[in-house]
Design a protein around this ligand. Structure first.
Ligand code: ATP
Length: 364
């Protein structure tokens, strides 16, 4: 069973909220739609569920065109917020609620409730009402209610947004396990990158109605396809330095003049092959990948430590050289004081180069 979207488009008047999206969600795959507010994530989910009509394009669920089917006939479980439990019904009744329209016998309903209760460890609280439940329990009941009809696929909109940080961490892991067990194509909408990185098999990063990159969490983080994805994924944000390519230096290094001053030779794995002298680029380096050393050199940017922010196990430091600024994260033991001069190196393999069209320059 899969979900397939082809050229899926949604316009609201002049606004193109979803712009010709192509996407496949595989058998048992968990795909996260991740992007800033208003980029079209929820609209995609609503179109798959049948709550919104597509302006153009196709939606297939388990190989079947569903555009003409009513939401109920799509056999899709959509959960906007896990909190929408009926307060006056018990947990068992809340779980059974979606089954009432299916003309099942009482014993059939009881069996399904028992089965879900076992999967989600709800057996001991079946007789309680939502007011008597802890937050994590409520969440599990709501998950149970959305999966009890054994749907073809699952759609979740910001499933964990209402929970506090600790519970969110717990539930991320729990939901991931349940979804693995159920093995259905699942789409989760989130603007929380940690949620996406931890729960997804693949992430579709969106901007302005379009998909910028679809890839594994690892690749979206390690090999961002363009400047937007590079800047959007990762905290603290990747350093993005406007620069000019000033020439290859042998097989595997190249020199760049960083806007605001210094030149720097960086190992770029032949990436320079795709560039010409004078090309405008953006260099990307994650704050944790910068290496400090005591020595200046043509492979380092020298800068002054402007602000030091201890963060427990790590320290975040802001470095400055004229108009150029760098964020650096180091081990808390690294001695750094405001006003120090440091020499920052960008190790080969950790430096990203984006061309004037904001696309990653790939290794040849
Ligand atoms: P968020 O994370 O804030 O929920 P989102 O990525 O899910 O954002 P959508 O809710 O899909 O974004 O909205 C995409 C765009 O379409 C937004 O600009 C939104 O204002 C617009 N939009 C959504 N629904 C409607 C509607 N019914 N009528 C008009 N415009 C709409």
């Amino acid at each position: 069973m899969t979900i397939e979207l082809r050229s899926l488009t949604k316009r609201f008047g002049d606004l193109t909220a979803v712009n010709a999206i192509d996407l496949n969600v595989g058998e048992g795959e968990v795909l996260c739609l991740l992007g800033p507010s208003g980029c079209g994530k929820t609209t995609i989910l609503r179109m798959v569920a049948g709550l919104e009509t597509a302006s153009e394009g196709e939606i297939r669920i388990a190989g079947k065109h569903v555009s003409d089917l009513a939401p109920r006939d799509r056999n899709v479980a959509m959960s906007f917020q896990f909190y929408a439990l009926y307060p006056s019904l018990t947990v068992a009744e809340n779980l059974a609620f979606p089954l009432y329209a299916d003309n099942l016998s009482k014993s059939e309903i009881d069996a399904k409730v028992a089965n879900i209760a076992e999967t989600l460890k709800l057996e001991d609280i079946l007789k309680r009402t939502p007011g008597q439940l802890a937050e994590g329990e409520k969440q599990r009941v709501a998950v149970g209610r959305s999966i009890i009809r054994d749907p073809t696929c699952f759609l979740f909109d910001e499933p964990l947004s209402r929970l506090d940080v600790q519970l969110r961490e717990e539930m991320r892991g729990e939901i991931k396990l349940v979804l693995q067990d159920l093995s259905r194509p699942t789409v989760i909408v989130t603007h929380d990158q940690l949620e996406a990185l931890t729960m997804a098999d693949r992430i579709a990063v969106m901007r302005l109605g379009r998909i910028e990159q679809v890839d594994t969490p690892h690749n979206v983080f390690q090999r961002p396809a363009n400047l937007f994805v590079a800047g959007f994924i990762g905290t603290p944000q990747m350093n993005l330095l406007p620069a000019t390519f000033t020439g290859a230096k042998g097989e595997s290094t190249a020199e760049f003049a960083v806007d605001g001053g210094q030149r720097m030779v960086i190992g770029v794995d032949k990436k320079a092959a795709a560039l010409s002298d004078g090309d405008k680029v953006t260099l990307g380096i994650r704050p944790r990948n910068i290496v400090l050393s005591g020595e200046a050199g043509d492979d380092a940017i020298s800068a002054t430590v402007d602000i030091v922010e201890p963060m427990g196990a790590e320290t975040l430091a802001h470095l400055k050289d004229g108009a150029m600024e760098l964020r650096l994260v180091t081990d808390w033991k690294t001695p750094l004081a405001e006003g120090d001069t440091v020499h920052a190196r960008f190790p080969p393999g950790a430096t990203h180069v984006f061309n004037a069209d904001e696309q990653a320059v790939r290794t040849a």
